[in-house]
Ligand binder design. Structure first.
Ligand code: NDP
Length: 523
């Protein structure tokens, strides 16, 4: 077969191995099929998970959603709308307002008024009450938000349910606790808010990124205008309803929807005091340029190409799970995904075999099914980008492996993929793929692991797997990454700051540094 056959989408029910030399089903390795169970004596018992779909009825959808400005839903001034789509079915979900620059002006002016009139003058203990209320409402409506997030974003319901929504609520709980203790948190500072925060968020964790940004901003006394990504606006628009339910004073939180140029108009707006962006490095640079020379405070949380480093004394079963969670969580659409796996040379053969076996048990499919491990890719452009980079990996000489699995006939799906024989200079070792694609490299010594792990334009996260505490400490001090996980990966907590070096951006979100970023003198 030709290596040109599209990787991922077209693969049949057998594992696929592809390299420059060609592409063939991987019949020789005896990889268990997800639809059969081996008894160990050569017998295979057919095995299928019964469908376990979460009900869509939990979410009551309207056909259209306007902008949320001044505590009200308003129509866009230009009268234009766009459609948000379910990536698992390619069916439309709802029509969404396309904001104009005039809508941006109005949202910022309303946020300014709310800042002066209400929010900045409220005692911290009163602000905290609203934040506690929002946290509680998010918990009460958690099932609804989990379904919505999976419907609009393509992520497996078990992740929305167990990670995105609880963590979003946890951020509101955490920052609510600080709102009346700012002078204790920052004893040498006169803790004052900045003013109006412009926040632009991506599509990979829509509700969680909203919480990362809105919770500290409000706790510190700022008001907010937030723009969600165009492919995942739903949870932000439902959050508007949470704000109403919590009786948040009007104009404290405003949500505008529309394309990237509206995001740019928002961050450039002269009456904005703080800009917080999460997304691609390219857009982050554009925003950096737009904000340069102004008095605006800026935090940028951009891309990553994290190294997940496995030493030969690592707890192997845990490490395999950590690698799987590191790269296939949220389809790999995670800025801190462990997309470069470094395995110590002495264990690479058996480690990769076990990894392939584990890969073959991942269930790819309907995001709303509670058994699904890998859902849909968020949008068609992202799927095309993943396919292009996977083909580039094969063309550059790496060997691709994809486990046996059937993909749904409709929707934007991609098989979990791993590459071996990857060169450091290869695009799949250097560029952020933002998909379920792992590049495996090797090392012999800790020094070589550090050298190779740091050989990237990014510096967001890393993982180290070893039994030796001293080695963990030594590696952590040498890895140029904002977050380093030891014997775990992709763990998040509102108390823990998160952010990067180099092309991964600057500033920190989460913890006290994340609060400081919304106060005078904090940047
Ligand atoms: P973008 O950086 O384009 O989008 C992120 C957010 O910024 C969205 O709300 C987007 O709006 C908005 N935006 C787009 N252009 C501008 C602009 N010029 N000024 C201000 N805001 C803007 O990411 P993409 O969705 O295009 O994804 C592209 C790549 O970025 C991915 O393949 C991945 O590599 C990386 N990425 C990284 C993320 C991270 O968490 N670090 C998250 C998402 C993507 P709209 O959606 O309307 O275009």
């Amino acid at each position: 077969m030709s290596p040109k056959a599209p990787a991922g989408k077209s693969a049949g029910p057998r594992a696929i191995v592809a390299s420059k030399r060609g592409r063939s089903p991987d019949v020789g390795r005896g990889t268990p099929s997800p639809s059969s169970w081996s008894l160990g004596d050569g017998q295979q018992i057919p095995w299928e998970y019964a469908p376990a779909p979460e009900s869509r009825e939990i979410v009551q959808l309207k056909s259209r959603y306007g902008l949320f400005i001044g505590g009200k839903e308003v129509a866009p001034r230009g009268g234009q709308w766009f459609t948000t789509v379910d990536p698992a079915t390619e069916e439309p979900i709802a029509e969404i307002a396309r904001a104009t620059v005039k809508d941006v002006d109005q949202a910022v002016s309303v946020a300014r008024k709310a800042f002066r009139r209400d929010w900045s003058t409220l005692p911290g203990s009163e602000r905290a009450k609203y934040l506690f209320r929002i946290a509680r409402i998010l918990q009460e409506r958690s099932r609804e938000f989990a379904v919505l997030e999976s419907l609009d974003g393509g992520k497996p319901i078990k992740e929305s349910r167990d990670v995105d929504v609880p963590l979003a609520a946890a951020h509101f709980w955490y920052y609510a606790g600080w709102a009346d203790k700012l002078e204790y948190a920052f004893p040498n500072l006169d803790p004052r808010p900045l003013g109006v925060a412009a926040q632009v968020i991506p599509w990979n964790f829509p509700l969680l990124m909203l919480a990362w940004k809105i919770a500290p901003a409000l706790a510190a006394g700022n008001t907010v205008v937030l723009k969600p990504a165009s492919s995942t606006p739903m949870s932000a628009l439902f959050f508007a309803d949470v704000c109403r339910q919590a009786d948040l004073p009007s104009g404290v939180v405003n949500i505008i929807t529309g394309p990237g140029e509206i995001g740019l108009a928002l961050v450039k707006h002269p009456d904005v005091d703080k800009v917080a962006f999460t997304g691609s490095t390219m857009v982050g640079k554009e925003i950096g340029l737009a904000v340069a020379g102004t008095n605006k405070a800026l935090t940028l949380e951009l891309g990553g190409k994290a190294a997940n480093i496995i030493f030969d004394d690592a707890p192997i079963d845990q490490a395999i799970e950590g690698v799987i969670n590191g790269i296939y969580f949220n389809q790999g659409e995670v800025c801190c995904a462990g997309s470069r796996l470094f395995v110590q040379e002495s264990i690479v053969g058996p480690f990769i075999e076990r990894l392939k076996d584990r890969l073959s048990t991942l269930r790819v499919g309907d995001p709303l099914d509670k058994n699904t491990d890998v859902g849909a890719i968020n949008n068609a452009a992202q799927l095309a980008k993943i396919e292009e980079l996977v083909e580039a990996g094969i063309a550059e000489g790496a060997e691709m492996y994809q486990p046996a699995c059937e993909l749904p006939a409709r929707g934007w799906f991609f098989r979990p993929t791993l590459f071996t024989h990857v060169a450091q200079s290869s695009r799949i070792a250097q560029e952020e793929i933002f998909g379920p694609v792992l590049s495996v490299l090797t090392f012999r010594t800790p020094a070589e692991a550090v050298e190779k792990a740091n050989n990237t334009a990014y510096g967001l996260s890393a993982g180290v797997w070893t039994e030796k505490g001293s080695r963990i400490l030594s590696m952590v001090s040498k890895l140029r990454a904002g977050v380093v996980w030891a014997n775990t990966f992709n763990r998040f907590d509102p108390t823990s700051p998160f952010g990067g070096y180099k092309e991964s951006g600057y500033g920190r979100e989460g913890g006290l540094p994340g609060l400081l970023a919304y106060m005078e003198g904090g940047h």
